[in-house]
Design a protein around this ligand. Structure first.
Ligand code: CAA
Length: 241
């Protein structure tokens, strides 16, 4: 049996590609999801990867879910914090609810998921945490004050925790995808996507979920043990840090 990897938001979009790529790389994968039972069922039928339902915004649910995964599959060696949502609106139209939902899932979700696995990883002197941030946490994006704040926070979280984990054999890294061809991006108004966003991507296309998944597999590997606290930008040349 391979090492156990847990992927949040792991049954759809970029997360589904990550779950599949980790399975292909030999990991025993658990894919967490929050809402879409039909997609989760179809994903398990297609891939044989087990899915587990809870919200990363709920600390107690994360503790219970992680306990269940560890009882069924074994100790978690790799945690991929991928789950994320958007509630896009220009700031003057953004409600406190838009703000709270995005911060709770996209930022606090990283605390809620990482805290319960951290002690076990420290005890075992091994762990890989990969946080999926975003180009819009690096450059900011009009219409995404909530999302950009959360995703920038994910990078700070990564850098702080990398320093704490280093001596315990735990690496913590972030990946900042650009615009990837998933439901989340395709939900953007077509005119906005075609006229404002794609022209800003030098390679001239949206990214593929698999292009992010391959970065995760590398950071999760034992070979990447000297890389920690780093941010990999995979955005088709749209933004350089
Ligand atoms: N910079 C400055 N002003 C902008 C702007 C920009 N980039 N985009 C729009 N505006 C302005 C418009 O010019 C317009 O101004 P006026 O009212 O003075 O004419 C005003 O903002 C309203 O624009 P819209 O007509 O577009 O407003 P809307 O309320 O219909 O839509 C929006 C707002 C939903 C935020 C829409 O603009 C949008 O979807 N933008 C794209 C946001 C985006 O990139 N989201 C990424 C989602 S994918 C993702 O998040 C994954 C990832 O990690 C990359």
């Amino acid at each position: 049996m391979g090492k156990v990897a847990l992927v949040t938001g792991g049954s759809r979009g970029i997360g589904a590609a990550i779950s599949k790529a980790l399975k292909e790389a030999g990991y025993e994968v658990a894919a967490n999801y929050a809402g879409n039972d039909d997609a989760a069922r179809a994903f398990t039928e297609e891939t044989g990867i087990k899915t587990y339902k809870w919200s990363v915004a709920d600390y107690e649910a994360c503790e219970a879910g992680i306990k269940q995964v560890e009882e069924e599959l074994g100790p978690i060696a790799v945690l991929v914090n991928n789950a994320g949502i958007t509630r896009d609106a220009m700031f003057h139209k953004m409600t406190p609810q838009h703000w709270k939902e995005v911060i709770d899932t996209n930022l606090t979700g990283l605390f809620n998921m990482t805290h319960p696995v951290w002690t076990g990883m420290r005890d075992r002197k091994y762990g890989r945490i990969v946080n999926i941030s975003s180009i819009n946490g690096q450059k900011g994006q009009a219409g995404q004050a909530n999302y950009s704040a959360a995703k920038a926070g994910d990078i700070g979280f990564t850098k702080a925790l990398a320093q704490e984990g280093a001596r315990a054999g735990i690496t913590v890294n972030a990946i900042c995808p650009g615009y990837i061809g998933t439901e989340m991006v395709r939900a953007i108004d077509e005119k906005v996507l075609n006229e404002r966003i794609i022209p800003q991507i030098p390679v001239g296309r949206l990214g593929e979920p698999e292009e992010i998944a391959r970065c995760v597999v590398f950071l999760a590997s034992e070979d990447a043990g000297f890389i920690t606290g780093s941010t990999i930008s995979a955005n088709g040349g749209q933004f350089f840090v």
